[in-house]
Design a protein around this ligand. Structure first.
Ligand SMILES: [Zn+2]
Length: 368
C-alpha cells in the first residue's frame, strides 16, 4: 500500500511559544517578546521555527530513521489520521508501525502500552523534590507515558516534553487527549485537573533545548542516553536548564539485562544471558541503540556543577515489573530485597532491567 504524505505548510507561530528561547547556543534570544503572529524564524539568527502537527518545532536535524522533511510529513499524516479516525494512542502507534514495517513493532507496542505504568516509578523519584507549581522537563518523551503519569499525580506541575521525533509527539498528544488534555501545544485544562495543569510538547534536539538557563526544578530522561552519540553534550545542556539545587534523573536499560526492553538490544552474542522474557528476535536491520553502563553515565556528571551523583537500580514499581516479566508477580519482592543489600544492589545496577542515575545541581555554578 502506498500512502501519500501531505506537504508541510508553514504555520503561524502562536502564543504557545511563551517562555521559549531560540535553541541556537550563540543566540538564545527569547521568543515570546518578539512574536508578531507571522514570524517563522528567530528574529536574531534566522533559525527556522515552525509548527509540526500543531506543536512547536525548533529542530534543524532529525533522528536516524527519517530526514527532517519526511519526518515532519509523517507526523502531519499521523496527526490527520488521529483526528479523522479518532484513533487511540496505541492504535496510532500501530498505524505508524504498519507504515514503517519495523520488525520490532510488537515489542515496541508492548513497551508503549506499559509506558505510563513504567513512568510511575520515575515520577515517585522527583515528587517530593519539585515544589508546588514547579517546572519539570522530560527529554525524549516519546509517546508521553511519563507526562501522563506525572499529570495524574501532580496537576500543579508545568510539564514540558521534548522529543527529536515529532511523530512520537503526535502519539503523546493522543495519549494526553485520552487524559482530558485538549491540545499538547497550548495550556489547557482537563477534567479533574486544576487550572494550573499545563503540558507542552516540543520537537527539539536534546543537545539544544529551547529553554532559559536554570528554568527547571527537575529533568528526567528514560531510555534516551542509549540513542545519543555524545551524551556528555546533553548533560551539559541539562546543567544549563536545571536550576541550582534542581535534580536530574536518568533511566536506561542495561545491555546485560534479562527483560524484553526494546531499547536494551543485544550488542554482541557474548557475555549476555538469553532474553528470558523475549518472544521476538533481537536481530533487526534497524539502527540499534547503544546501551551504556551506570558507571559510564556517572562519568558524564563528574564536573563540580553537580553536588551529588548516585547510581542505583531503577526504582521501578511492582505493577510495571510484573507486567514486563509477563505476570511474574513475585519478581518485585525479590528485586526490592536485593536493592537493600549493598552487593546485590551493585549487581542489579549492572544486570537489572534499568539503571538509575540521580544528580543534584550545585547551588554554586562554577562550570557555566
Ligand atoms: Zn536565534
Amino acid at each position: 500500500m502506498v500512502i501519500k504524505l501531505p506537504r508541510v505548510t508553514k504555520k503561524r507561530i502562536r502564543a504557545d511559544w511563551d517562555d521559549l528561547i531560540c535553541p541556537e547556543p550563540s543566540c538564545w534570544t527569547p521568543l515570546d517578546a518578539r512574536l508578531d503572529g507571522s514570524l517563522n524564524e528567530c528574529p536574531r539568527c534566522g533559525r527556522l521555527l515552525t509548527l509540526t502537527a500543531g506543536l512547536p518545532d525548533v529542530r534543524d536535524t532529525s533522528d536516524r530513521y527519517l530526514p527532517l522533511d519526511a519526518e515532519r510529513r509523517r507526523a502531519e499524516l499521523l496527526d490527520t489520521l488521529a483526528q479523522r479516525q479518532h484513533l487511540s494512542a496505541l492504535d496510532l502507534a500501530r498505524v505508524y508501525y504498519a507504515i514503517t514495517g519495523d520488525p520490532r513493532r510488537e515489542r515496541f507496542l508492548a513497551h508503549l502500552d506499559r509506558a505510563e505504568v513504567r513512568a510511575e516509578g520515575l515520577v515517585s523519584q522527583i515528587c517530593e523534590h519539585v515544589p508546588y507549581g514547579g517546572r519539570v522537563l522530560e527529554i525524549g518523551c516519546g509517546s508521553g507515558g511519563f507526562l501522563a503519569a506525572a499529570a495524574r499525580v501532580r496537576s500543579d506541575w508545568r510539564l514540558e516534553g521534548v522529543d527529536l521525533a515529532s511523530r512520537w509527539l503526535v502519539v503523546a498528544k493522543r495519549r494526553l487527549r485520552e487524559l482530558g488534555f485538549v491540545s499538547g501545544s497550548t495550556r489547557t485544562i482537563g477534567s479533574g485537573y486544576t487550572a494550573r495543569a499545563s503540558i507542552r510538547l516540543i520537537a527539539a534536539q536534546a543537545e539544544r533545548l529551547p529553554f532559559r538557563h536554570g528554568w527547571f526544578d527537575a529533568a528526567v530522561a528514560d531510555s534516551l542516553v542509549e540513542h545519543l552519540d555524545d551524551p556528555q553534550v546533553v548533560v551539559t545542556e541539562l546543567r544549563r536548564v536545571v536550576r541550582p539545587g534542581g535534580r536530574v534523573i536518568l533511566w536506561s536499560p542495561n545491555r546485560r539485562q534479562w527483560l524484553d526492553d526494546p531499547h536494551g538490544v543485544r550488542q554482541s552474542r557474548s557475555l549476555r544471558p538469553p532474553c528470558i522474557f523475549s518472544s521476538a528476535s533481537p536481530s533487526s536491520p534497524f539502527w540499534k541503540p547503544r546501551c551504556r553502563t551506570a558507571r559510564e553515565a556517572a562519568s558524564w556528571f563528574d564536573c563540580s556543577a553537580w553536588s551529588s551523583v548516585v547510581v542505583q537500580p531503577a526504582s521501578v514499581t511492582r505493577r510495571w515489573l510484573s507486567q514486563a516479566a509477563h505476570g511474574w508477580e513475585r519478581l518485585h519482592s525479590v528485586y526490592a530485597v536485593a536493592c537493600r543489600q549493598s552487593l546485590l544492589r551493585s549487581l542489579l545496577t549492572e544486570y537489572g532491567p534499568l539503571w538509575q542515575l540521580t544528580a543534584i545541581r550545585s547551588e554554586s555554578n562554577p562550570c557555566r
